[in-house]
Design a protein around this ligand. Structure first.
Ligand SMILES: [Zn+2]
Length: 297
């Protein structure tokens, strides 16, 4: 049977008489774009996709102008994952070792192993001139979902069920990715919370739900079937980077004439790659010299 692939969309909902906040997102396109840009191996793809998915979910709860960064720095072969996200459904990210990969463990990609032990940091910035809010925690399992739940409980004092998943095909392409966060508001009853935890534990992996063609709202309706969920909002999400040719030109100006000449002597041009999106920028010798000369007036 043919099933259409659900779109990359984030939904917000409430349940159990507004005592539960729920968010779900499908990130198949986002995770596949990141894989394609960075040419990551399957375990690295899953780690990056899960952190980007978490970034979109947490980002969607922030103020519109706020910026979110999540970093995992671990002892595993991946070395680290860094993502930026915002409340507008935009995310970008990279890993330090794109080809990091481990043998399948218990039938699953060994994300915990590839990340390893270490620390995770969540940085939330409201305005560039204000001190960012920074939270650093030890990595719990490196499986990402558990680590994000630990962050939400420890740093934001919100008990949360977090599920994140990325399905990577044998040809390394991402064919399904997504996640959800279900949170108990302060007035939620303990019994509701326990029943939700039970419901979450009984659901299929979120990547499986996306593979089966469930859209973001379908996922929440399924997980919260007994809690009368109400859809509040629906937004598309995408991989977006802030880099540009203008920024690279600005860096060349900042390098100064001497350094620019030194680089041109070596390669005849100046090349730079954006670490977040792997975009390659090449500035020829003529353009580089003109930029420096113009800056010197
Ligand atoms: Zn970029």
């Amino acid at each position: 049977m043919y099933r259409s692939t659900p779109a990359d969309v984030l939904v917000k909902a409430t349940a159990a008489n507004n005592t539960i906040r729920a968010l779900a997102v499908v990130t198949t396109g986002v995770a596949e774009e990141a894989r394609d840009r960075h040419q990551t191996a399957p375990t690295a793809t899953a780690a990056l996709g899960r952190v980007m998915t978490a970034g979109l979910l947490i980002g969607s709860m922030m103020k519109e102008e706020e910026q979110l960064s999540i970093q995992f720095m671990g002892s595993g072969p991946l070395q680290g994952v860094v993502i930026d996200a915002n409340a507008k459904g935009e995310v970008r990210g990279f890993v330090y070792q794109p080809r990091a990969h481990l043998p399948i463990k218990n039938g699953k990609l060994d994300v915990g192993g590839v990340v390893g032990k270490g620390t995770m940091a969540v940085v939330r910035r409201q305005h560039w001139d204000k001190e960012p809010y920074r939270s650093v925690l030890p990595i719990v399992s490196g499986e990402i979902g558990q680590d994000i739940a630990n962050y939400l409980l420890t740093s934001e004092q919100i008990p949360s069920a977090v599920s994140l998943g990325v399905f990577v095909q044998p040809d390394e392409v991402v064919s399904a990715a997504g996640g959800f966060i279900i949170q108990a508001m302060p007035d939620a009853e303990d019994a509701t919370l326990a029943r939700i935890e039970e419901a979450v534990a009984q659901t299929r992996p979120v990547s499986q739900m996306v593979r089966d063609g469930l859209a973001a709202w379908d996922i929440l309706r399924q997980v919260l079937a007994n809690f009368s969920p109400t859809l509040l909002d629906e937004t598309p999400v995408r991989f977006v980077c802030r880099c540009s040719r203008e920024r690279v030109q600005g860096i060349i100006v900042a390098l100064g004439a001497e350094e620019v000449e030194r680089l041109l002597e070596q390669e005849g041009r100046i090349s730079a790659a954006c670490e977040f999106c792997a975009e390659q920028y090449t500035i020829g010798s003529e353009e580089a010299r003109a930029l420096v000369a113009e800056a010197q007036g």
